[in-house]
Design a protein around this ligand. Structure first.
Ligand SMILES: Cc1ncc(COP(=O)(O)O)c(C=O)c1O
Length: 433
């Protein structure tokens, strides 16, 4: 079976020769993944892995879900692409469905091909709608890899461009475990939200177009603000006539036990961006706004492949499967179970400093004494879990947060398997120190 495959060593060799080296991969000894089936992946030797990272929060409905795959294949065989200068049906059907499931009055969409593009487009829309250009972004946020979205990104690790775009001011995030203002919740009275006002007053002309934020910061390390945070931020932005752009690229489509994570804070975004899980593996991106904001964008704005029938059908099929299989409720209940188990592990293992997140968007920050980030230990945990057939993710400002973002189809038995292996692996890693 393995003969038709190159194998990890040869892929790494070819990567070195032909791929621009900015593209890193996980693991000292990586595997070649060749097949996926719901929450499982298989390497070229047939070894099975339980996937708890979903290709970074993408495969919400499970790998190669038969119904989604069938619909995509049918569409590929029928009509793959004509460009949106011609009329096709799936684009309006998906836009209508998004209007139904997104919060509040979000209604009109623009489709593109990635999360980065969705954020870039959302910023353009905010600038057009407000006739302003200054922007606010959260520290520890990540919004993409283009000039503007990288300039908005608040993580040094992902800020490669030494000459970022101007007109951007950063606000402290609600990272309660490492409060940027050295306070504690709730006695802080949400000083980080109040800082939005101070930053507008001190670092901008006062004419801010928008603030962009993830409801739960994914790459930042599953940083989950307290319940009052977004309502307070929205109120302050409104006072200054600035819009709130919510990036649901990692958090959307059921992952947190609601269609969209921002619903946990009861706040309606002015513009919302989505990508990743909407396509369940097919490239897609979209930004959505209420009519009075969306309707200001009237000058031509096309995307050659944005809105193509294959991605649109993938989006429609994914949403239907999430609905039909009650995956949102599963994310809530299995996620609560996983969080409880991780909190139990935290009691037992000094390496776990914090457990946070909602639904199946959970993180465990690994630390040494005095909250010193345990990045090497995080890598060791990832490697050992992989050797045991379990894939978990990592992220965080210091690359020391274990990320649990599995397909929403997982069961409590899958959680038990992950937790018992993690317990053993943490013991091993703690002994190594
Ligand atoms: C929150 C968030 N926004 C935007 C992006 C960029 O999306 P893409 O890689 O699809 O361009 C990412 C990617 O990880 C992300 O996590």
């Amino acid at each position: 079976m393995s003969e038709k495959y190159l194998g990890p060593a040869e892929i790494i060799r070819k990567k070195k020769e032909y791929i621009i080296p900015c593209l890193y991969h996980f693991y000292q000894k990586p595997m070649q993944l060749v097949r996926g089936e719901m929450q499982y992946l298989y390497d070229h030797k047939g070894k099975k892995y339980l996937d708890f990272f979903s290709g970074v929060s993408v495969i919400n409905a499970g790998h190669c879900h038969p119904e989604i795959t069938k619909r995509i294949c049918e569409q590929v065989k029928t009509l793959q692409h004509v460009c949106n200068i011609y009329l096709t049906q799936p684009i309006v059907e998906l836009a209508e469905k998004l209007a139904e499931i997104t919060p509040g009055r979000l209604q009109k969409s623009f489709f593109c091909n990635s999360g980065t593009e969705a954020n870039e487009g959302a910023i353009l829309l905010a600038k057009i709608a407000t006739r302003r250009s200054e922007l606010l972004a959260l520290q520890d946020g990540l919004y993409g890899r283009t000039y503007l979205t990288m300039s908005l990104t608040g993580l040094r690790f992902w800020r490669t461009d030494p000459y970022p775009a101007g007109g951007i001011s950063f606000v402290p995030n609600a990272y309660c475990y490492r409060c940027p203002l050295n306070l504690s919740y709730p006695s802080c009275d949400l000083a980080c939200a109040e800082a939005v006002r101070r930053v507008i007053e001190t670092s901008t002309s006062g004419e801010v177009a928008a603030l962009i934020a993830e409801p739960i910061q994914g790459n930042g390390g599953i940083i989950t603000p307290p319940p009052e945070y977004f309502p307070r931020v929205k109120e302050i932005l409104k006072e200054y006539g600035a819009l709130l752009i919510i990036d649901e690229i990692q958090t959307g489509f059921g992952r947190t036990g609601k269609w969209f994570a921002i619903e946990h804070w009861g706040v309606e975004p002015d513009i919302m961006t989505m990508a990743k899980a909407l396509g369940n593996g097919v490239p897609i991106g979209v930004f959505t706004a209420p009519p009075e904001i969306a309707d200001t964008y009237t000058r031509p704005g096309a995307s050659t492949l944005g809105g193509n029938p294959v991605s649109m059908v993938a989006g429609l099929a994914t949403i239907e499967v999430i609905e039909k299989e009650n995956l949102i409720a599963n994310a809530a209940s299995v996620g609560a179970y996983l969080k409880e188990k991780l909190l139990e592990l935290k009691e037992k293992h000094p390496l776990i400093g914090d457990v946070r997140g909602i639904g199946l968007m959970l993180g465990a920050e690994l630390v040494r004494e005095g909250k010193e980030p345990a990045a090497a230990e995080t890598d060791a945990v990832l490697e050992k879990m992989k050797d045991r057939g379990i894939i978990i993710g990592k992220n965080g400002r210091y690359r020391n947060v274990l990320a649990f973002q599995p397909p929403l189809v997982i069961t409590k038995e899958n959680v038990d398997e992950v937790v018992s292996n993690l317990d053993a692996v943490l013991t091993e890693v703690e002994k190594m120190r």
